[in-house]
Design a protein around this ligand. Structure first.
Ligand code: FES
Length: 314
């Protein structure tokens, strides 16, 4: 299924959108310049990983958090630069008040924050590569703001190193960088908590305990991707070597329809951003998804196929 990037962001009623969505989303919808810039950045990221070939795919999975975390990497890294920069600024001011605090401590902590921010940026831009619509514009604002914060912090560190008399100026610049990064963090939180970027699409799914009729065994041919339902939950059913396997059909990354994907052996590839899952156990075999697909039990006898979630609740 094609993803309409423009259709999701074109306002049809500006006032209504602003009333229901808030100022940030309304402002983002009016920033048409973000589309070509986002295209450019996404092509840059995709081109970088593509040029590396197979190792690029492995590196991309590492940056998404597919392995070894099995959880998005970017949010796990972002606390380090924010904490380090906050500490650097506090220590910088403290060194003016208490001589016991060495003047060099603040810049040292600031440098740690810059290094951690580069790792967080690598993970963040990797996740950004697979966004679209309003979340893509929000992700761009977040990325550009945090990139600006990194640059400002680098300038602050450079002033500290190369201008011995510029300690106060360096601290003022670092304070500005911290404020910029806090705004960037706010936008990043908006991206996750309001728009659900990189949130497991099954986090709120209630899995019923009963069995559901899925059809006739003849409906499920060898190696075919078939859509069935367990109540209201779409389920992907695949017969492999005669045995039926079933996992949730909604991709855990951003909700792509796995029944429209591609099957290679036991691995189904999502048609939207290429996440790969094992149809036997739902395990992630390739990002951007980092969360496994919920698994369903399949019972096949007496001319009928029945499904039940392997676990209940959510
Ligand atoms: S929706 Fe993004 S990979 Fe499936």
């Amino acid at each position: 299924m094609a993803i309409e990037k423009q259709a999701d962001v074109v306002p049809f009623d500006r006032e209504k959108i602003q009333r229901t969505e808030g100022r940030l989303d309304g402002w983002l919808r009016r920033q048409g310049w973000m589309e070509p810039v986002s295209d450019f950045v996404q092509k840059l990221v995709g081109g970088f990983y593509g040029a590396l070939g197979k190792p690029g795919r492995t590196l991309q999975d590492l940056m998404h958090g597919v392995w070894p975390l099995g959880h998005p990497l970017h949010p796990a890294l972002t606390d380090v630069p924010l904490g380090a920069w906050f500490a650097a600024v506090v220590l910088g001011f403290a060194s003016y008040i208490w001589p016991a605090v060495p003047a060099a401590v603040g810049p040292s902590v600031l440098a740690v924050g810059i290094v951690a921010a580069l790792a967080a940026a690598a993970a963040g831009y990797t996740d950004f590569h697979d966004t679209y619509g309003l979340e893509r514009r929000t992700g761009l604002l977040h990325g550009l703001t945090m990139t600006l914060a990194v640059l400002v912090m680098v300038v602050s560190l450079a002033v500290t190193i190369w201008s011995p008399g510029g300690r106060a100026a360096a601290l003022a610049i670092a304070t500005a960088g911290l404020l910029i990064s806090l705004f960037g963090a706010f936008v990043g939180g908006h991206l996750t908590f309001k728009l659900g970027t990189m949130v497991n699409r099954h986090a709120f799914t209630e899995f019923p305990e009963e069995w559901f009729e899925a059809g006739d065994p003849k409906d499920f041919g060898e190696g075919e991707l078939k859509l069935a339902h367990a109540g209201s939950i779409p389920v992907l059913v695949v017969r492999r070597n005669g045995t039926l396997n079933a996992i949730a059909a909604t991709c855990s990354h951003a909700g792509g329809p796995l029944q429209e994907g591609r099957l290679d052996g036991d691995i189904v590839t999502c048609p939207w951003h290429g996440s790969r899952f094992c149809v036997r156990d739902g395990a992630v075999k390739g990002g951007p998804a980092t969360f496994a697909q919920p698994v369903f039990l399949v019972h096949e006898d007496a001319g009928r196929v029945r499904l039940r979630a392997a676990r209940s609740g959510h």
